[in-house]
Design a protein. Structure first.
Length: 258
C-alpha cells in the first residue's frame, strides 16, 4: 500500500524538499542539487504572480463544457509548492489525450473492455473523465495531494457525458510511487507524475508485479521528459514515439522466469 495521503502530516513540504534534494545530490552532487533547488523556488515565485495565474486559466475550456473543476489555476500555494518536489499539476488537453489513446488502439488493436486504465498522478481527475469515453473495464486514478484528490472525487461524482462508455471510475489518495498494481491487463497513463527517482521506483514496482502476475500492460507517456528511463529498460518496448508522447508495451518481464 502507498502512503496515506489523506493525512496531510504525511506530506511535509520540508521533507519533500529534502528528499528531492537528496535524490538529485546522489546523482549530480550537492552543488548541482542546491542550484536546482534555488532555481525551482525562483520559478515557483514567478509562477505565483497574478499574471501567471491568469494564464493558467487558459485550460478551462474543458471545464466549461463539462461543468467540472480540473483547471490548474484554482490550486492552492501549498499544493503548487509540493508540486515542485513531486510533480506540478497540469491537466491533459482533451484533443491530445484522445489522439494518444486512439494511436494506442490503432497500433495494438486492444479490446479495452479487458483493460483497467490507471493514471498515476491523476490530479483533479480530468484524465479519468476523458478515459471514460472508452469502454475500459474500470478506471483508477492515484493522487498524492489531498486537495487535488478531493476535487477529483467531486468531479467524478457530478460528471455526465453522452460519450461516456465506462462508469466504474475511482480516485485513490496515495503515493503513486508505491502503488500496488492490480493483477489485471492495464493501460498505464503518465504525465510526468514523478521526478526521476520516483519514476524509477514506480517502474521497479511494475516489474515486480508483472513477474508475479504476467499480463498485458501498455504505458502511455505524455510529454516524455524522462523517456530515457523507460527507453533503457529491457522490459519495455517503445511502439509509438512522437515529440508529444510515447507508448510502450511490457514485453521481456512477462516472458522471463521469476
Amino acid at each position: 500500500m502507498g502512503v496515506d495521503a489523506s493525512d496531510k502530516s504525511s506530506i511535509s513540504v520540508t521533507r519533500s524538499a529534502r528528499q528531492w534534494w537528496k535524490d538529485i545530490a546522489a546523482r549530480e552532487g550537492r552543488f548541482a542539487a542546491t542550484r536546482r533547488l534555488l532555481s525551482a523556488l525562483w520559478e515557483f515565485v514567478r509562477e505565483s504572480t497574478p499574471k501567471r495565474r491568469r494564464q493558467r486559466y487558459g485550460d478551462a475550456d474543458y471545464d466549461w463544457e463539462h461543468r467540472v473543476n480540473t483547471t490548474s489555476a484554482a490550486v492552492g500555494w501549498r499544493e503548487r509548492l509540493l508540486g515542485v518536489f513531486h510533480s506540478s499539476y497540469q491537466p491533459t488537453e482533451s484533443a491530445l489525450f484522445h489522439e494518444m489513446i486512439d494511436a494506442l488502439l490503432e497500433q495494438s488493436q486492444l479490446d479495452f473492455r479487458d483493460f483497467t486504465f490507471i493514471d498515476l498522478g491523476s490530479g483533479k481527475g480530468r484524465t479519468l473523465l476523458m478515459a471514460s469515453d472508452y469502454p475500459f473495464r474500470r478506471i483508477v486514478g492515484v493522487e498524492l495531494l489531498p486537495e487535488l484528490h478531493r476535487a477529483a472525487l467531486e468531479n467524478l461524482s457530478k460528471y455526465k457525458s453522452e460519450t461516456q462508455k465506462c462508469f466504474a471510475l475511482e480516485s485513490i489518495c496515495a503515493d503513486a510511487t508505491e502503488f500496488r498494481f492490480p493483477d489485471e491487463p492495464t493501460v498505464l497513463y503518465l504525465f510526468n507524475p514523478f521526478p526521476e527517482a520516483g519514476l524509477r521506483r514506480m517502474i521497479a514496482g511494475l516489474e515486480r508485479s508483472l513477474r508475479e502476475h504476467p499480463r498485458a500492460v501498455y504505458v502511455v507517456y505524455h510529454n516524455p521528459l524522462l523517456g530515457r528511463v523507460l527507453d533503457e529498460n529491457v522490459g519495455l518496448k517503445k511502439i509509438i514515439g512522437t515529440h508529444q508522447f510515447a507508448i510502450y508495451q511490457a514485453t521481456d518481464w512477462i516472458s522471463d522466469e521469476p
